[in-house]
Design a protein. Structure first.
Length: 317
């Protein structure tokens, strides 16, 4: 498949273009609240920013952030944060936190597994029943790892933590998302070594939160694979992937940067071009859940979609 010639995703967007919402530094993990505010991580500057689409203004919401990466609102609209360990050797908190947006109270959900600190929590998904799923790869200095694996975990409502995916089933877990019926777990497996996985996996997800029946939805190899992703109400995946300038021998420029629209059956529907490296993550927001927010490099972009997004705190009932 020649991904460079992939058609633009006209049917998914009102206009096949994106506009900068705000410019900061190295951005990640956008999450849109029900009131329209967009929270996103500025990892290099160790802070979480807040963008107000009505006033087009931005402000520091939390600093330091513990090197926060992926963000997500849970079913009760509390903000989940993957506090990682990238771009700094010693001020990453390496934990998952939950913030009550009404009171500002921060709760540490987990900071260790079997007595060892996490590598660098990266991205998070939440079920309406209260279960939380997060990825814990190490993309930075691997000598600082206390765990000898890159894994996916589930936090149950009783606070217990369970490792549910690890090597050799997957290599380097990154973005994570759920289908609108919450019965499928999607996982980006992006391993930056020569021959490493650049796959989007799907797993059946049981009521108890156990994944099974792994299947490859899409494979970006040998180009830069996916990072974060979002899902619309029809179940299509919106994957932040690709790069315009090769960063090493482990990847090619065969995958142009953009948001790649992929059906659950793996059919590629098109691409929304993003004019900046490196695209990291994506989410739906806006009053009608038809505004797509994309973090890429130093810029938060927005685009209007034809299909509303699915997010657990505003899910269709």
């Amino acid at each position: 498949m020649d991904l460079k010639s992939t058609p633009l995703a006209n049917e998914f967007f009102e206009h096949v273009m994106v506009s900068p919402a705000t410019v900061v530094a190295f951005l990640e993990g956008p999450a849109a609240a029900a009131d329209g505010s967009v929270y996103f991580s500025d990892i290099i500057n160790n802070r979480i920013m807040k963008f107000d689409p009505q006033t087009q203004s931005r402000a520091v919401w939390r600093m330091p952030s513990g090197r926060a990466n992926g963000l997500l609102f849970d079913a009760q609209e509390r903000l989940l944060a993957c506090e990682g360990n990238e771009f700094s050797p010693n001020d990453g908190n390496r934990r998952i936190t939950r913030t009550d947006m009404a009171t500002g109270q921060v709760e540490v959900l987990t900071d260790r597994f079997e007595g060892k600190r996490y590598n660098s929590p990266n991205d998070v998904a939440a079920r309406s029943n209260g279960q939380i799923f997060f990825t814990d790869p190490c993309y930075d200095e691997r000598s600082r790892m206390e765990l000898d694996h890159d894994s996916v975990y589930r936090i149950d409502t009783d606070g217990s933590v369970h490792r549910i995916l690890t090597q050799p089933t997957i290599q380097r877990p990154n973005g994570i998302a759920l289908s609108p019926d919450e019965r499928t777990l999607y996982l980006v497996d992006s391993c930056p070594i020569i021959g490493g996985n650049r796959k989007i996996w799907a797993f059946n997800l049981s009521e108890s939160g156990e994944p099974s029946q792994p299947r490859v939805v899409f494979d970006f190899a040998p180009g830069r694979g996916g990072d974060g992703m979002a899902v619309d109400q029809q179940g299509n995946l919106y994957v932040a992937a690709g790069i315009s300038r090769q960063r090493g021998p482990h990847e090619t420029t065969d995958v142009p940067p953009g948001i790649w629209i992929i059906q659950p059956d793996g059919k590629l529907k098109g691409r929304l071009p993003i004019p900046e490296d490196t695209i990291t993550n994506v989410t739906f927001g806006g009053e009608d859940l038809r505004t797509l927010y994309v973090t890429a490099g130093k810029t938060l972009y927005s685009a209007r979609t034809t299909i509303p997004g699915w997010v657990v705190h505003r899910r269709m009932r």
